[in-house]
Design a protein around this ligand. Structure first.
Ligand SMILES: Nc1ncnc2c1ncn2[C@@H]1O[C@H](COP(=O)(O)OP(=O)(O)OP(=O)(O)O)[C@@H](O)[C@H]1O
Length: 251
């Protein structure tokens, strides 16, 4: 008996309006429960638009012109720019409390308690939780933790991550990746993870789709695909990663 995928994207095409320039061209992939699918590829290849189509929130000026998206679970998104994803004029605890209130249908008091518990789970310091701080008073990594908490407050079956570490410095990148992985193990959501970083893709993803100019040029099991890329574009992407030079006299 075959298992029904959690998410099935079949022949999805997206176009700019008006004019109809095709931006995402008949792409298909599936995502199973607990799996992480990576979308990799150059800037402008259609990764973010694909995520937004899955979320059901295409930007103004883009429309679905073909294909189907079938999802057996709710989705929530972690955006690339955490500061931009937060309201600068609203304290972070209040913002998160609002999401919990509307999505989990709890009382105001219980929503605030649940919001504080979520921030705790995301490893945010008590000072942030008790003094109603604004996003501008948080570091980039702390803002991203708040944005992840907001996505998790929606209790998603599928977490859509749009380059969640690109705007952060490398040490914080690693912490955020580890936090997302640990939460996935604990909560069991599936993920679609957009990244430019092939090392992150290899570490996070069980399956990969390589995108170029709106099309998927290659897809498959992540490790096998990265070890033995078949498409010339995937090979070029692999070759464009700078090797770490061997340091003279290093131990
Ligand atoms: N609102 C919009 N209206 C018209 N065209 C758009 C819109 N948003 C994106 N596009 C175009 O769609 C194409 C795919 O964009 P998308 O943001 O999905 O790329 P991407 O692969 O996520 O790039 P990056 O890695 O730089 O985020 C690009 O050519 C982009 O210019």
């Amino acid at each position: 008996m075959s298992i029904q995928p959690l998410l099935e994207v079949e022949g999805l095409s997206l176009a700019a309006k008006p004019g109809g320039k095709i931006l995402v061209d008949t792409i298909s992939f599936t995502l199973n429960k607990g799996e992480t699918l990576g979308l990799v590829g150059e800037s402008g290849s259609g990764k973010s638009l694909t995520l937004r189509a899955v979320l059901g929130l295409l930007p103004r000026g883009v429309e679905k012109v073909g294909g189907a998206i079938q999802s057996g679970a709710s989705s929530a998104m972690v955006f690339q720019d955490p500061r931009g994803a937060l309201d600068p004029l609203c304290p972070v605890v209040k913002q998160l409390t609002e999401v919990v209130y509307y999505r989990q249908k709890l009382s105001r008091k219980a929503s605030r308690a649940a919001a504080l518990e979520l921030l705790d789970r995301l490893g945010l310091p008590d000072s942030l939780k008790h003094t109603d701080r604004y996003p501008s008073q948080l570091s980039g990594g702390q803002c991203q933790r708040v944005v992840i908490a907001m996505a998790l407050a929606c209790k998603p079956g599928i977490l859509l991550c749009d380059e969640p570490t690109t705007a952060l410095d490398v040490t914080v990148q690693r912490q955020i990746i580890e936090t997302i992985s640990a939460l996935q193990k604990e909560l069991g959501f599936a993920m679609v993870f957009v990244t430019h970083n092939l090392a992150i893709a290899a570490a996070m993803c069980s399956k990969l789709c390589v995108m170029k100019e709106g099309r998927i040029v290659e897809q498959g099991e992540a490790r096998a695909l990265l070890q033995n890329p078949q498409d010339p574009y995937t090979q070029m992407l692999m070759n464009s990663v700078l090797p770490v030079p061997e340091l003279e006299g290093s131990v």
